[in-house]
Write a protein that binds this ligand. Structure first.
Ligand code: MG
Length: 415
């Protein structure tokens, strides 16, 4: 019972609300022993109903008669085919216990303002909204005295659903109030649920997007890895297909391909194309004398030496046979080819590679055949090679360590 409410006024209030009118709530005194207890009513109202099949309502009031009257007023009330389930608290502390621990899913609270203190009900409001952060439960403040209005700020700031004087609580008004509160609660829960579903859907979408991005990134990485591996393999294949494994210069296949292209190109341009074929003199004797490993090293040195003499990117040296090399010199007249021959002979001479089993010298020497022609598109690219080969044969015939231009007398090399 409120300390601020005189007993006489309370009695007056109770007397005013009579049960003769079906539309009014009975607030008059009842015999405590014969009046049905809250729990009895509860059991009657919601017998057999599970928690999810009822709307939970907490009545907070220090006057037991208010509890009984409220429940009687809403006795057969149903909303969306579900009954109410009432829970009673007679003080602010009991109210806090109910809403925080026992029934946090309460739909609305009919809350007395004046109980153990003048503002006990307002403290409960603050507790629910500020401490519990429960914004769902609808709160209907009730006071028995028109002069004891709760602070306006509380109504504004704490989402109070309604504010009623107890004298207004006729049965019809109770029903209207309950319907409004339940609708509001239902809408809030629906919106909340939709918000959660939307958040979950967004999170799921974000996750999917992240997974997709991760997958795309992994795919890109894999493609990049494969591309690098493929390029490397292609390069290795190219080298395998085009380079001589021992000396590192081009192989015969590569040379022939290059020669054909240059033949066509210079036939169109009508420019000279020179070819030098080179043979290491008495190389079989070298192998016999120094062994095949030394022979391989000799081939490597000669290949490197020839490569170093060639300066233009279009000049190409290739290992053409066992100890035979070929040089393609596009856009090179005979004089230019002869200069290259002399330069190679000079560099090989400087190396002074011992060859004691050579009948013509005590070091490595070369024989060379030259062809120089302006390619004829109607003539085979092989013709120039055959001519250079004949010139080489001539140089060998004439005693080796010399070069020969086909059709001309062979010339000894000056180291
Ligand atoms: Mg009170």
């Amino acid at each position: 019972m409120s300390l601020s409410t005189p007993q006489s006024q309370l009695d007056e209030d109770r007397d005013r609300i009579v049960d003769s009118n079906d539309d009014e709530v009975l607030f008059c005194d009842e015999d405590e022993e014969t009046a049905p207890q809250t729990t009895d009513i509860l059991q009657t109202e919601t017998a057999g109903a599970t928690e999810t099949e009822v709307w939970k309502v907490i009545i907070v009031d220090d006057e037991p008669s208010v509890h009984r009257a409220t429940q009687l007023a809403l006795k057969n009330f149903r909303f969306e085919d579900k009954p109410l389930s009432f829970y009673s608290a007679y003080s602010a502390e009991e109210a806090k216990q109910l809403i925080s621990i026992d029934h946090p899913d309460t739909t609305f609270i009919l809350l007395d303002v004046v109980m153990e203190t003048n503002d006990a009900g307002l403290r409960v409001v603050r507790y629910i909204r500020e401490e519990l952060k429960n914004q769902h439960v609808r709160i209907i403040l009730r006071t028995g005295h028109p002069g004891e209005a709760p602070e306006e700020s509380v109504i504004v700031n704490y989402d109070i659903n309604d504010y009623k004087l107890k004298v207004e609580l006729t049965r019809q008004r109770m029903v209207t109030t309950a319907i409004a509160a339940l609708r509001s609660y239902r809408d809030i829960i629906t919106i909340e649920k939709q918000k959660q579903e939307l958040t979950q859907a967004l999170e799921h979408l974000q996750q999917t997007q992240n997974q997709l991005e991760e997958y795309a990134y992994m795919l890109e990485m894999k493609v990049a890895e494969r591309t690098v591996a493929l390029e490397k393999a292609n390069q290795e294949l190219y080298l395998l297909a085009n380079l001589d494994g021992l000396t590192g210069v081009a192989n015969r296949r590569c040379f022939d391909e290059y020669w054909q292209k240059q033949w066509q190109l210079l036939a169109e341009q009508q420019q000279p194309l020179s070819l030098i074929l080179i043979d290491i003199d008495y190389f079989k004797n070298y192998n016999d004398r120094y062994g095949h490993q030394a022979g391989d090293e000799c081939l490597q040195i000669v290949a490197r030496t020839i490569s170093n003499v060639l300066k233009r990117p279009t000049d190409l040296v290739a290992r053409y046979g066992g100890e035979e090399f070929a040089i393609a010199l596009p856009n090179t007249p005979l004089a230019g080819a002869q200069q290259i021959v002399q330069a190679i002979a000079s560099e090989i001479g400087k190396l002074n590679l011992e060859h004691t089993h050579s009948p013509i010298s005590n070091h490595i020497t070369l024989s060379l055949g030259i062809s120089c022609t302006i390619p004829n598109p109607n003539t085979s690219w092989k013709s120039a090679i055959a001519i250079a080969d004949k010139a080489l044969y001539q140089a060998k015939e004439d005693g080796r360590n010399r070069y020969c231009v086909f059709g001309e007398p062979s010339m000894p090399l000056v180291p």
